[in-house]
Design a protein around this ligand. Structure first.
Ligand SMILES: NC(=O)c1ccc[n+]([C@@H]2O[C@H](COP(=O)([O-])OP(=O)(O)OC[C@H]3O[C@@H](n4cnc5c(N)ncnc54)[C@H](O)[C@@H]3O)[C@@H](O)[C@H]2O)c1
Ligand SMILES: O=C(O)C1=N[C@H](C(=O)O)CCC1
Length: 271
């Protein structure tokens, strides 16, 4: 039997990090070989299993990402934009598949990730769930079928600890709607109206963010015209769906050529 690909989880103590650790430990196709946290985090230098309130795993949480990545075939990374940009370079040096779930990346961050993908497989998506990725396809199709008499608005809701807005998922849905309309999202995006904004611009795509409690993630794409509305909606109630998508991406990437990929590639929903 061939060896299972080894996985390092970055941001191991985070909401998604802990979920990812559990899912890799449960997997019969991947093996957990490392856990990375930022310098100064309480978990660094301690056994991962004990930190998570369970039994010893023999994996010591480290802040030395390159040393950990060198032992891995995949890095699963749901952290912060600054951390992810650094990890992209290190994962490329280690020739490990880099699965990026981090959102809130700037254009400059994306350029750096693009450079790293010359030497490594990078799979990045603002949402790793099958349902949301399918919804991007449906959104594109509906937007292509309707003209600009239909106003497009995207509403997203998340827990009160989320630090970026609009969510990565809302931006994926916005990109899909813009693509269906044949326009660039950057030209038509309206984010969070406030004050005397003037009337809604025809053809624009609006974004609105709700933050509260422990909402895992909810997204609505509204197509509104005189007398009728179409509302497409996705509700996530459990973070394991994002983690499972990330594991699928880590396995899928093992035999791919260096380059940038997304979950549509992984799920076979691409063009
Ligand atoms: N793509 C998806 O499907 C999806 C799903 C859920 C969350 N996310 C995104 O994942 C990211 C993390 O979300 P979360 O809710 O787990 O946040 P979180 O704050 O709970 O966890 C982030 C973790 O990253 C760690 N971290 C930060 N900088 C680091 C560094 N330099 N080195 C190592 N670790 C570092 C933090 O210490 C923390 O433990 C966010 O950008 C979120 O939007 C994406
Ligand atoms: O909890 C988060 O943070 C989430 N982030 C992603 C996003 O920005 O869309 C996916 C949903 C959960």
């Amino acid at each position: 039997m061939t060896e299972k690909p080894g996985v390092v989880v970055t941001g191991a103590s985070g909401r998604m990090g802990q979920m990812l650790v559990r899912e890799v430990q449960k997997s019969d196709r991947l093996k957990l070989v490392g856990a990375v946290e930022r310098s100064g985090n309480d978990w660094v230098g301690r056994d991962l299993g004990l930190c998570m309130g369970g039994t010893e795993t023999g994996i010591t949480v480290t802040d030395d990402a390159l040393e950990a990545f060198a032992r891995a075939q995949a890095v699963i990374d749901f952290t912060s934009p600054a951390a992810t940009v650094g990890f992209a370079e290190l994962a490329a040096q280690a020739r490990a598949v880099h699965v990026i779930g981090t959102t809130g990346l700037s254009d400059d961050d994306l350029r750096k990730i693009h450079v790293a993908a010359r030497h490594a497989v990078i799979v990045r998506a603002g949402n790793m769930s099958l349902g949301v990725n399918l919804l991007t396809r449906i959104t594109r199709q509906v937007a292509a079928a309707l003209d600009a008499d239909w106003d497009i608005e995207i509403i997203e809701s998340h827990h009160n600890q989320k630090v970026d807005a609009p969510s990565g998922t809302a931006l994926m849905l916005g990109e899909a709607a813009a693509e269906g309309r044949g326009v660039a999202l950057s030209e038509v995006s309206d984010r969070g109206r406030d004050g005397i904004t003037g009337k809604r611009e025809r053809g624009h795509i609006g974004f609105h963010a709700i933050r509260g409690g422990d909402v895992v993630g909810e997204h609505e794409v509204i197509f509104a015209t005189a007398g009728e509305r179409i509302v497409l909606k996705h509700l996530a109630s459990d973070r394991t769906l994002f983690a499972r998508g990330a594991l699928k991406a880590a396995l899928w990437g093992q035999d791919k050529a260096p380059g940038e990929y997304d979950m549509l590639d992984v799920l076979g929903l691409g063009d």
